[in-house]
Design a protein around this ligand. Structure first.
Ligand code: KG4
Ligand code: ZN
Length: 394
């Protein structure tokens, strides 16, 4: 990403954007296994780096020079990441230092082993190229993904490439504070109060499973592949409008902003078991499974929308931000808009572009630039923090 304009008027131009999805691999095993995910990250990072450098025009061959003392440190940083130094060092040896000023990297929350691969890779590059690393909170990345607005790019010199986000240019939405963000992903479900840029307070969170995790688990119960969110959502559309089954709305009236999705998932499991006693092959029965999927989706969305509306009321905000993988869900987008129109018509809703809802590098790069420009950064403390909260520790 090439960024300019500072914090007040940022222009974030995408030079190249590649996502190495592990979805197919994890689908085979029905979920994410940390050590397998770590191995895949380590395997993918160097080829991706090479490809993004090439696509962005930053790849310049160099006759191999004596880089050995620097690369010795690179090797030390990567000593806990088997195979990574062996792949990265030969690449670094043959290219000129690219025109890159800083590297943004996610430090958490997430799976610790995979976070470390990314952090160590960023540290290794930072040493080799003598540039800083900007640690970014993953959830802050999801917030910024909703605030990155596409700009019209005037230049006709832009090269056409296979990646549709390349050459897209973003600016930062001018939002009013306080803002409420509903962050919904495979690992998190939280309501965050934003008093100002970079000032976060988690006002509610799930007490057990994240909503995305519940979608994934219910998909498994219904015999659908991983990741379950899009599958459930597709199936739910086929369900009948009048609900055929009734599932609980956990913590709907709890009076706080917390969530719970584990019991809802178990309720689906029991419902399927009960139905199986009476009917054969219910999972092959599209009518039944789509009715279950629809009721499950309705239950999740109803609770998420209701708690978000209560948060808007309590904190008197006129800005709502939605982010995280589950924010791709059409029903939640639709119902949230509807509820806002009805209850808070003056509240502005910020949603990520559909290609930025899931985990992606752009949101981290964008947040990295804005942090570097807008926050008073102290000493960088760069450690993987699997349970990192909203507040960045810098
Ligand atoms: O943010 P994300 O890409 O990764 C994490 O940080 O966890 O979120 C992934 C989650 C998965 O649980 C996936 O099933 C869910 O987002 N998801 C959806 C939809 N698309 C992805 N859930 C519901 N409806 C969708 N359309
Ligand atoms: Zn995420």
């Amino acid at each position: 990403m090439e960024a300019k304009g500072g914090f007040s008027k940022p222009e974030l131009q995408v030079l190249a954007n590649i996502t190495a999805s592990q979805v197919k691999l994890h689908a085979k095993y029905g979920g994410v296994f940390p050590m397998m995910a770590k191995r895949e990250h380590a395997k993918n990072l160097t080829p991706i780096l090479k490809q993004v450098l090439k696509e962005s025009g930053l790849f310049k061959n160099n006759s191999p020079k004596n880089y050995s003392s620097i690369l010795k440190n690179t090797r030390i940083v990567l000593k806990r990441e088997p195979g990574l130094a062996e792949a990265l060092v030969p690449l670094l040896q043959k290219i000129k230092k690219p025109k890159i000023d800083a590297i943004a990297v996610t430090y958490g929350p997430g799976l610790e082993p995979t976070l470390w691969v990314g952090i160590n890779f960023a540290k290794a590059l930072s040493l080799a190229w003598n540039i800083p690393v900007i640690p970014i909170n993953h959830m802050e990345g999801h917030i910024f993904s909703a605030l990155m607005e596409q700009r019209q790019v005037k230049s006709n010199k832009l090269k056409v490439t296979r990646n549709k986000q390349e050459n897209t240019s973003y600016m930062l939405s001018a939002i009013s504070f306080p803002a409420v963000a509903l962050l919904i992903s495979g690992g998190h479900t939280e309501l965050v109060l934003m008093k100002d840029w970079f000032k976060y307070k988690i006002i509610g969170a799930t007490r057990d499973d994240a909503v995305g995790e519940a979608f994934d688990k219910v998909a498994r119960i219904l015999g659908l592949p991983y990741p379950g969110g899009p599958e459930i959502s597709r199936l739910a559309k086929l369900g009948s409008h009048a609900p055929k089954y009734k599932l609980p709305r956990p913590m709907l009236h709890s009076g706080d902003f917390d969530f719970s999705f584990s019991g809802l998932k178990t309720a689906v499991l029991y419902l399927v078991r009960d139905l199986e006693k009476k009917h054969s092959n219910i999972l092959q029965n599209v009518r039944m499974s789509s009715d279950i999927a629809r009721e499950f989706e309705n239950a999740c969305v109803e609770v998420l929308v209701a708690k978000t509306m209560s948060a808007l009321k309590k904190y008197k905000t006129s800005t709502l931000i939605l982010g995280g993988g589950v924010s791709a869900n059409e029903k939640i987008r639709h119902d949230m808009k509807l509820a806002l129109n009805e209850k808070f018509p003056d509240c502005a809703l910020y949603l990520p572009d559909t290609n930025l809802t899931g985990d992606n590098a752009l949101m981290i790069a964008g947040a990295g630039y804005l942090r570097a420009m807008g926050a008073k950064t102290g000493k960088l403390k760069l450690v993987a923090n699997p349970s990192a909260k909203g507040n960045l520790r810098l």
